[in-house]
Design a protein. Structure first.
Length: 117
């Protein structure tokens, strides 16, 4: 089992920044990917970014490239999502998730990000 706890969401104006945290516990993560997804009201959950826990591989959805940065601190078992130049369309509940094989198996409870225009 793995436990993922997100924090760092909030209300910010267009152009502002937020840094999301995902604290992971419960198992070893050396072969895993940790990712961020988001879900806006009335929309499907969508991939935002991911990072390899044991390496340097990262991936982003096109609409956040150049604005969002995913990083990790393996000593703290924490993954971060630095979000800059936020837009109203970034408003969503952001979820941290863990993948070992081909599926995202564990999910956090989510943290709300609201960007006002």
């Amino acid at each position: 089992q793995a436990l993922l706890v997100e924090s760092g969401g909030g209300l910010v104006q267009t152009g502002g920044s937020l840094r999301l945290h995902c604290a992971a516990s419960g198992r070893a993560f050396s072969n895993h990917f940790i990712g961020w997804f988001r879900q806006a009201p009335g929309k499907e959950r969508e991939f935002v970014a991911s990072i390899s826990w044991g390496g340097k591989s990262t991936s982003y959805r096109n609409s956040v490239k150049g604005r969002f940065t995913i990083s990790k601190d393996t000593a703290k078992n924490t993954v971060y999502l630095q979000m800059n130049s936020l837009k109203p369309e970034d408003t969503a509940v952001y979820y941290c998730t863990l993948r070992e094989g081909s599926t995202w198996d564990y999910w956090g409870q989510g943290t709300q990000v609201t960007v006002s225009s």
